[in-house]
Design a protein around this ligand. Structure first.
Ligand code: UD1
Ligand code: MG
Length: 452
């Protein structure tokens, strides 16, 4: 069957209209980040990766912040929230004409993997299967819906914990919440859900029994418990973060990255680490860090929005901020900060330096304590340093300013004008030295204090 044939099409509905009160936050729950990316974005990415072409998020009114953060995702509003079945019903008008399968996902379940969604979606390809449910076996079944099987091992119904009998509560196979429903049956099945239950809500889970009553089959696909963790509180947010960090580390190590102390490194979903990168303990990667092959990142470095080219050495205690580019074989040492600054191939800034809005040519040497003075309180200005230039320690470069290739700037200078290529720029007050003065001063002071 070709990818464009109708029955292979996939849509995804992401439910996120719940209030999220247990987060105790002004930020909508599904925008809380996990590995640097809002939770709902993980879900959108997984849906896209498993082939969903059409995406609908179900939100409560007023969550414009969420809608704006989701380009390419249609938004259905559910008002008021009356249950997961009611939420899916709110999305129906945006799914008109849909064929194939519809995945129902939760915005607060960020760890779900595309491969699992693919297996769930594939279960709909079996004859007569109208609904496929993702089941899992949690350590404690608690409040999860229970999957009740019939004599043939098929799924008879999902029973919410609130309505379950003692015997049903003992079932260990639970509802992850994720479902796939054949598009042709979606409106009929969801339309048949009612709210006659303990919570007075429209339970999406009722579609299972409804489908069975109509002679349709329901499949169960089992997934891993750590993929379906629902985040309802900051505690669960931290659990999700820990699971995802471990998953990301494993992925990088399998691709040839060494972490000297894996558990102490913090990654983002989009962190790119090339083969033979070594990451020392306590390194933090913020969003959009790209580290090329063979780079060494030393301990306690903080890297965000930055690119580090092959063979470079960064840290310990380096800070690379957005727009920083560390060239091939360049060195960035301790207490050096780069922001919107390019350090050319083989250039060195090894100690106590701030390079902001700057470009440094290949092979240049930036002495300890060099500062680009890029901000005058109103404007940001650039500093350009040529290839092979040597900037002496404790130099202040008052931007906008340029230092030509091969120039030498003497230690302690304040550079306020363009320095020509190969020139020496030096700013020195005439030194004063008085032989024996210090010893005479101390003797006089002791005498005055009566110590002699
Ligand atoms: C749901 C399932 C339960 C399953 C569990 C897995 C139902 C009836 N129950 O229960 O079987 O074991 O998930 O975590 O589906 N939402 C809306 N609108 C609403 C209600 C919820 O958009 O009116 C959204 C929420 O924002 C959330 C998701 O749907 O993303 C799940 O809602 P939640 O209230 O957490 O369902 P559970 O009670 O956990
Ligand atoms: Mg829940």
């Amino acid at each position: 069957m070709s990818a464009s044939s109708p029955s292979s099409q996939t849509a995804a509905v992401i439910l996120a209209a719940g209030k999220g009160t247990r987060m105790r936050s002004d930020l909508p729950k599904v925008l809380h980040p996990v590995a640097g990316v809002p939770m709902i974005h993980h879900v959108v990415a997984a849906a896209r990766a498993c082939g969903a072409e059409r995406l609908v998020a179900v939100l409560s009114p007023g969550l414009t912040q969420v809608a704006e953060s989701l380009p390419g995702v249609a938004v259905a509003v559910q008002d008021p929230p009356r249950g997961t079945g009611h939420a899916v019903a709110a999305a129906l008008s945006l799914l008109e004409g849909q064929t194939g399968g519809v995945l129902i996902l939760f915005g607060d379940t960020p760890l779900i993997e595309a491969e699992t969604l693919r297996r769930l979606r594939a279960a709909l390809d079996e004859p007569n299967v109208a609904v496929a449910v993702l089941g899992f076996r949690p350590a404690e079944a608690g409040a999860y819906g229970r999957l009740v099987l019939d004599e043939e091992g098929g799924l008879a119904a999902i029973v919410e914990a609130a309505e379950a009998s003692e015997a049903q509560l003992a079932i260990s196979l639970c509802n992850a919440g994720v479902m796939a429903i054949r598009a042709g049956y979606l409106a009929t099945l969801v339309g048949a859900i009612d709210d006659t239950n303990a919570k007075g809500e429209f339970y999406l889970t009722d579609v299972v029994a409804i489908a069975r009553l109509r002679g349709l089959s329901v499949a169960v696909v089992e997934g891993a418990a750590d993929e379906v963790l629902g985040v309802n509180s900051r505690i669960e947010l931290a659990e999700a973060e820990a699971i995802l960090q471990a998953r990301l580390r494993t992925r990088h190590m399998a691709a040839g990255v060494t972490f000297e102390d894996p558990g102490s490194v913090r990654l983002c979903l989009d962190t790119e680490l090339g083969q033979d990168v070594t990451v020392a303990p306590h390194v933090v990667f913020g969003p959009k860090a790209r580290i090329a092959a063979g780079v060494r990142i030393n301990a306690f470095s903080h890297i965000e929005g930055a690119t580090v080219e092959t063979g470079a050495i960064v840290g310990p205690f380096a800070r690379l901020r957005p727009g920083a580019v560390v060239g091939r074989n360049a060195h960035v040492g301790n207490f050096v900060e780069l922001k919107n600054a390019v350090l050319g191939e083989g250039a060195k800034a090894n100690h106590l330096t701030y390079l902001g809005d700057a470009s440094v040519g290949a092979g240049a040497n930036i002495g300890a304590g060099t500062i680009t003075c890029n901000y005058d309180g109103f404007n940001k200005s650039r500093t350009e340093i040529g290839e092979g230039a040597f900037i002496g320690s404790n130099t202040a470069l008052v931007a906008p300013v340029t230092v030509g290739a091969g120039a030498i700037v003497g230690a302690g200078s304040v550079v306020v004008e363009a320095v020509a290529a190969d020139a020496l720029y030096l700013e020195r007050a005439k030194p004063v030295q008085k032989p024996g003065w210090a010893a005479r001063f101390r003797a006089a002071m002791r005498k005055a204090k009566g110590k002699e």
